[in-house]
Design a protein around this ligand. Sequence first.
Ligand SMILES: [Zn+2]
Length: 194
Amino acid sequence: MENYILIRKAGRRRISLKIDDEGRAVVEAPVWVSKKTVDEFVASNSKFIVRQSERVNLISAEARRLGAYTGDDVARMKKEAREKLEKAVPKFAEALGVRYNRITVRYQKTKWGSCSSAGNLNFNFLLADMPEEVLEAVAAHEVCHLRNMNHGAAFYRDLDKICPWHKAARKWLKEEGSVFHRRYGLYISGGQPD
Ligand SMILES: [Zn+2]
């Protein structure tokens, strides 16, 4: 049996499981579900828990090795992300023949970029320190949303055309992106585990 943290929540209707930033399994369960049922749920997910915990622990170790971002890092990255995106976005917008409204740069835990129906593009400042091709691929992805708000065939036709390396960039983000988030998390929490 894996160790886990159990949180009982009134109003919750089903059991959920996540791995926190310290690699611990956290289970949220309705108040009326028995401990035995929760144990069985955890046991049936033990492979997932072990695999995810290992992954999270590796990410945390790497983030600690590289160090928490400092306030200066964050200020510099916000500035550089903006400069780089203000070059990349117009380039892709022109290639696709679309217009955009505004570019904003800020932190988001779950997104590298987003595009609103008003044509405003929003990007994660963590992109600043990533390889140029990765930042460009995120810019190209959001520019393609100016014409297709979904991820349908037409969207990918456009993206293949203006950014043929987008799949490699996505793979890179999936593998490396979490360490950037974690280093920012360490900055926010003052270098202490949260
Ligand atoms: Zn998208």
